[in-house]
Design a protein around this ligand. Structure first.
Ligand code: BF8
Ligand code: SF4
Length: 632
């Protein structure tokens, strides 16, 4: 097979990989080859460098590190620190959104308005904030302060974690893993895994569950909910995806990273009249904003801004030679972007004080002057248009339509009819055997797996077997690029039962529910299904499963752990770096199920992985004594 086809199933990616090679531009795949086969110790999680008596690694000859830590301890500590880093990243994002809401409420950040008052009021009620007779800004200020205080909260419980089904909350309490505060759990894990603290792998990883829960039901959920309040709760909309969304004759601005705070304003500022004049003066036909990774998902969900690509396509967007500015915020940004950008006229612009690249233009984002910052960056882009080498541009034509913008609220408005927001039809479909269950397929790309292949094949196999699929992050983008996020997909690939539902409601069988912090929408959806009744009393009773078939990030580890801790069977495409400890592996892929009702499996073949999920759903259907599948 041609090398580019081995690397990616996406034709646009293949074309630009060829172009990169012709121009001697090194990409993530090339660096991956150089790095192979990789360090066996690190892969198995059995090296430790947390103190200066080491680094230590476990071998047949040395079954303990210098301090006496064995493989179980070292593997558990390393895994725990991955959960911590992932939870910290998501939660810091949530904190930033809460901070923006606070400034907006106080009238200190004029670029932001409270867009979803209904959600604001609902959240206020949940947090015990007085609503009657108060202005929305006053309510929002209290809500933002309450949310912010939950990060540093020392005692008690995270408010949103109490949304989980009653039985689940009781279980968390019994196990001592209901999170107290977001930062609290994260800091405690850094302490617990410091040299010479805990060495009971079970105890370390039990706290790992608590940290992960403080992400899913804490930081990430705050990020999602407060983003909805501030930027509006998404509604289904159509848009386009893949590198073909870049425009030949317009100024291309690619926004990349995770947080919506600046990119939201960039979208708005792109209509500024002053800018439109400047665009004319510079000979362009307009300005084209496109996104990469989760920043993209955020503004896709709310504004239908086109998606240029997912994680592994970030360098390739620049290889088109058509990008005037790539604006980045935080997370999943390859340091290599700077050198790829330098092969073209592209200006890379960093915006977060947390994330600078040496030698790269930094235009610092502050909420108070968000609009000015956005405009400044857009001006840079427009002025850079004349530097584009018009003969050196190659934009692949791939450009697929998609439907996105589903949420725990909106999908089921659909299923229940416009004025009857209820989960009843969804539950009934599962109970009657029209739908087998539901699966969340999420997470990254990784050059260790053929780009997009596992996401696409897994999703297709699941819908073929009457499993409704919800997707986020780079998985959602992979499906979009394959044209799967459209209602027609139901007729091409879905089983008969799922097809009937999609046809009746007019939705695709694969629903894009947002960015990676929006995995919290999946938790809410599962809770709503439990509360609707007829499918057990806890998330672990439901015929549902999760997967991250091409994962790479520590955030994926945290997400996986909060799904498992919420009672969901979850399949990862490649193993966690834990195989050096049989005890830890047995716990993660087995023992956890007795504890929390969820566990992990590792399976690289997406079809086999889909069938592990399907078998799990069948097992749960049987336990619930549901009817056999209608069309089997
Ligand atoms: O937070 S799926 S590669 S972009 S980590 Fe990153 Fe993974 Fe993509 Fe979104 Ni999520
Ligand atoms: Fe080695 Fe123990 Fe230090 Fe880790 S903590 S580096 S195992 S001595």
């Amino acid at each position: 097979m041609d090398e580019t086809k081995e690397r990616s199933v996406d034709p646009a990616t293949q074309k630009l990989l060829k172009r990169a090679k012709e121009q001697n531009i090194v990409t993530v795949w090339d660096r991956f080859e150089v790095m192979r086969p990789g360090c066996k110790f690190a892969q198995q999680g059995i090296c430790c460098r947390i103190c200066n008596m080491g680094p230590c690694r476990i071998t047949k000859k040395a079954e303990q590190g210098v301090c006496g830590a064995n493989a179980d301890t070292i593997v558990a500590r390393n895994l725990a620190r991955m959960i911590v880093a992932g939870a910290a990243a998501h939660s810091d994002h949530g904190r930033d959104v809460a901070h923006a809401l606070l400034l907006a409420a106080q009238g200190k950040a004029s670029a932001y308005k409270i867009k979803d008052e209904e959600k604001l009021v609902a959240l206020a009620a949940e947090y015990g904030i007085k609503v009657e007779g108060r202005k929305k800004e006053e309510i929002a200020e209290d809500l933002a302060n309450k949310a912010l205080s939950e990060f540093g909260q020392q005692h008690g419980e995270l408010r949103m974690a109490l949304r989980a089904p009653k039985k689940r909350v009781q279980l968390w309490k019994k196990l001592g893993i209901l999170p107290r505060g977001v930062d609290r759990e994260i800091v405690e894990m850094m302490h617990r895994t410091h040299m010479g603290v805990g060495n009971d792998y079970r105890n370390i990883l039990t706290h790992g569950l608590r940290v992960a829960l403080s992400d899913g039901w804490g930081g990430s959920m705050i990020a999602t909910e407060l983003s909805d309040v501030l930027f509006g709760t998404p509604e289904p909309l159509t848009a386009r995806s893949n590198l073909g969304v870049l425009a030949e004759d317009k100024v291309n601005v690619v926004v990349h990273g995770h947080e919506p705070t600046l990119s939201e304003v960039v979208v708005e500022a792109s209509h500024d009249p002053e800018l439109l004049d400047l665009i004319k003066q510079n000979g362009a036909k307009g300005i084209n904003i496109a996104g990469i990774c989760c920043t993209s998902n955020e503004i896709l969900m709310r504004h239908g801004i086109p998606v240029a690509g997912n994680f592994l396509q970030q360098e390739l967007a620049l290889v088109t030679g058509a990008v005037e500015v790539m604006m980045v915020d935080v997370q999943c940004l390859m340091p290599a972007l700077a050198s790829v950008a330098s092969c073209f006229h592209t200006k890379l612009v960093t915006t977060s004080p947390k994330c600078k690249f040496p030698g790269v233009t930094h235009v610092e984002f502050q909420e108070e002057r968000a609009y000015e910052t956005a405009k400044e960056i857009l001006k840079l882009a427009v002025q850079n248009y004349k530097n584009r080498n018009k003969n050196g541009v190659e934009i692949p034509k791939e450009n697929q339509g998609l439907v996105a913008g589903f949420t725990a609220e909106s999908v089921f408005n659909f299923l229940g009819g416009r004025y009857r927001a209820t989960y009843r039809p969804l539950n009934d479909a599962i109970i009657q055997g029209r739908l087998r269950g539901a699966a969340g397929v999420v997470g990254c790309n990784n050059p260790n797996t053929r780009h997009n292949y596992s996401h696409i094949e897994m999703a297709k196999e699941l819908i073929k077997n009457d499993v409704l699929v919800v997707v986020t992050g780079c998985s959602a983008i992979a499906d979009a690029e394959a044209g799967l996020l459209q209602p027609e997909t139901a007729f091409k690939y879905a089983g008969k039962g799922l097809q009937e539902i999609c046809e009746a409601v007019g939705i695709p069988p694969i629903l894009h529910v947002g960015s990676c912090v929006d995995n919290s929408r999946i938790l809410i959806t599962l809770t709503n299904v439990v509360n609707e009744g007829g499918l057990g009393e806890d998330i672990s009773d439901l015929p549902v499963a999760g997967a991250a078939p091409e994962w790479m990030s520590e955030k994926a580890i945290s997400i996986g752990f909060y799904f498992v801790a919420s009672g969901v069977f979850t399949v990862f495409g490649t193993p966690h770096p834990i195989l050096g400890s049989k005890n830890v592996t047995d716990l993660v892929c087995g023992g956890l199920e007795e504890m929390v009702g969820g566990k992990f499996a590792f399976e690289s073949d997406p079809i086999k992985a889909a069938h592990l999920m399907i078998e799990h759903m069948n097992k749960k259907r049987k336990a619930l004594k549901l009817k056999p599948m209608m069309y089997e």
